[in-house]
Design a protein around this ligand. Structure first.
Ligand code: ME8
Length: 540
């Protein structure tokens, strides 16, 4: 990037040295605040976008289940050149285009049972006004100046690159030709924040996770930061720069602030104090620099607290490359939802692979895991247990007799699953958390094989023992219905309906799993199969 230094203003940057970047300095607040990226409305969602949102929803639902107060934000990013181009290609205005596409995102989130508390659109007044006020403040305090930008720009990323990052004229992420821009732009003095950013990554190793991403960000900032161009004049679809309306704001400067405008930045100071900072910004690794470098620098300039954590997960890949709209490899979530339902869908994208690393999507492995874990292990457990209770005890959960080491071991396995789940969700390891839950599901199946209730049922002298076994199994299914509820809310509800009990309570798992309502005397109903088997054939 080539900055014409003759147009630097002569003001010195005033960086507020009083802002404390340690996590401990952040005020105590009761609300656990989680965000997803706000998605571009140039097109409709694919399963890569849903990957972030499903994982965020699982984490959020777990925290709510544990009795915590949560605020979960998602939304759509509606400004910028990419949206303007999509609108033009479709012969409508950018606003009309955004109005037409944004419901397509909400519709997918509804089918996937995403429990967001707010959905922000960056074209809303509640966002635009506070964004303009903050940017004006940064300008007034000398953090923004006018200069000339010359360099590469990728419209698909809506990002500026260093010339050295462009190989063969192509964007490193989209592998599409970049534009070379030469424009008079406003710049944010990002470089002035480099030392404080380095101090942030060093003093709070959890700020950027996983470690591989933290190291990447640290070495990028150590190698030297350029100031950031934050306005454009060659198109007009964006938030206008308040003191110079020939310019529209760089879309990222506008978009990142959704996280603060949605919770009261510039409009509701009490709410802002109760909710901000975000506890977790969940993102894909493609937008790491914006979240781990640009965003904290803007917040430092604004004098706001910094988020507690930015976690960048890996890509869903097709043929080893990021699944994307641009490369036309995006698979619609609806296609998978039609076959696997929301529970099967959510389970797969939470359980497959390691959160943080890239992983391929395959219809075959989704089907295999669904049939093995859900249709066989869990679905059959529920249906055979309720069928045996129906047949032997008129569908009423029997009182248990004396327990043996087998029952004690199963009880201990349930408690262990709850503890492991808690630990793994808090480490942002959804796959590990569900792994622990399904370990318990398999333990319950082993218990049934070991105690063989179908044999006990043939011997009237074993009636009390049969009652103990079926009570233990129904109780274990009740525990499982709690443990799976953040991942598969609908299956959890249906299992509880069949068990004859109401919705899951919100309290720590250590309490709800161990001391739930007694099931003795509860009438169960053997209903439809919770997870009907899926055939391997892909839809055409
Ligand atoms: O970047 N694998 O929006 P976007 C995993 N508007 N995750 C993927 C993915 C894939 N193949 N493809 C997309 C933007 N994602 C900006 C964000 S935030 C202030 C502004 C997910 O519509 C992943 O979370 O291009 C990625 O970061 C996000 O979608 C990008 O969505």
């Amino acid at each position: 990037m080539d900055i014409d230094i003759t147009s630097y203003p002569d003001k010195d940057v005033s960086i507020d040295a009083d802002i404390d970047i340690s996590a401990e300095s952040a005020p105590k607040k009761d609300i656990f605040y989680v965000t997803t990226p706000i998605y571009y409305v140039n097109d409709v969602p694919h399963i890569g976008h849903a990957y972030t949102t499903v994982n965020a929803d699982f984490i959020v639902r777990y925290h709510r289940l544990a009795g915590e107060q949560v605020f979960f934000l998602t939304g759509t990013d509606e400004h910028g050149q990419k949206i303007a181009q999509a609108a033009e290609a479709n012969g409508v205005s950018p606003q009309e285009w955004a109005d037409r596409i944004h419901p397509r995102w909400r519709e997918v989130w509804e089918r996937l049972e995403i429990s967001y508390d707010d959905f922000i659109r960056t074209t809303e007044d509640r966002h635009i006004k506070p964004v303009q006020e903050l940017v004006q403040r940064l300008y007034d305090q000398g953090d923004i100046y006018l200069a000339t930008y010359t360099g590469p720009y990728c419209v698909a990323c809506e990002a500026f690159y260093q010339p050295s990052e462009i190989v063969g004229g192509l964007c490193p992420i989209h592998e599409r030709p970049v534009e070379w821009i030469e424009e008079e732009n406003y710049f944010f003095r990002l470089s002035a924040y480099a030392d404080r950013l380095i101090e942030l990554y060093e003093s709070r190793p959890d700020f950027v996770q996983p470690d591989i991403r933290r190291n990447e960000v640290l070495s990028f900032v150590r190698s030297g930061l350029q100031d950031l161009s934050i306005s454009r004049t060659s198109f007009s679809w964006g938030v206008s720069i308040p003191w110079d309306p020939r310019h529209v704001m760089y879309v990222w400067l506008d978009a990142l602030q959704n996280y603060t405008t949605a919770v009261g930045q510039g409009t509701d100071p009490d709410r802002f104090a109760r909710t901000w900072p975000a506890d977790l910004h969940l993102i894909g690794k493609d937008i790491l620099r914006q979240h781990a470098i640009i965003w904290p620098a803007i917040l430092m300039a604004a004098g706001f607290d910094l988020p507690r954590k930015v976690f960048a997960h890996g890509f869903l890949t097709v043929g080893g490359k990021k699944m994307s709209k641009t490369s036309l490899t995006g698979i619609s979530p609806h296609l998978l939802l039609d076959t696997f339902g929301s529970d099967g869908y959510r389970y797969h994208f939470l359980r497959e692979g390691t959160f943080g690393q890239d992983g391929p999507f395959s219809w075959e492995s989704m089907t295999a895991r669904y049939n093995a874990d859900l249709a066989n292990d869990l679905g059959n457990l529920v249906s055979r247990s309720l069928a045996m209770t129906t047949k032997n005890f008129d569908a009423v959960v029997p009182a248990p007799g004396e327990s043996t080491p087998l029952e004690d071991a199963l009880l201990a396995a349930g408690v262990l699953a709850a503890e492991q789940m808690d630990e793994r969700v808090r480490k942002l390891d959804p796959a590990g958390a569900l792994g622990a839950v399904f370990e318990f599901v398999r333990a319950v199946n082993h218990y049934i094989d070991d105690t063989a209730p179908w044999k006990l049922a043939k011997d009237p002298a074993q009636r009390e023992r049969l009652g103990t076994v079926l009570h233990t199994v129904c109780e274990a299914i009740r525990q499982i219905s709690i443990l799976i509820s953040p991942a598969m809310p609908s299956a959890s509800r249906r299992i509880r309906e069949q068990l004859g009990i109401g919705p899951v309570d919100s309290r720590p798992l250590s309490e709800s799993v161990i001391s739930g309502t007694s099931l003795v005397g509860v009438k169960v109903t053997k209903g439809d199969s919770i997870f009907p088997r899926v055939e391997v054939e892909k839809p055409a």
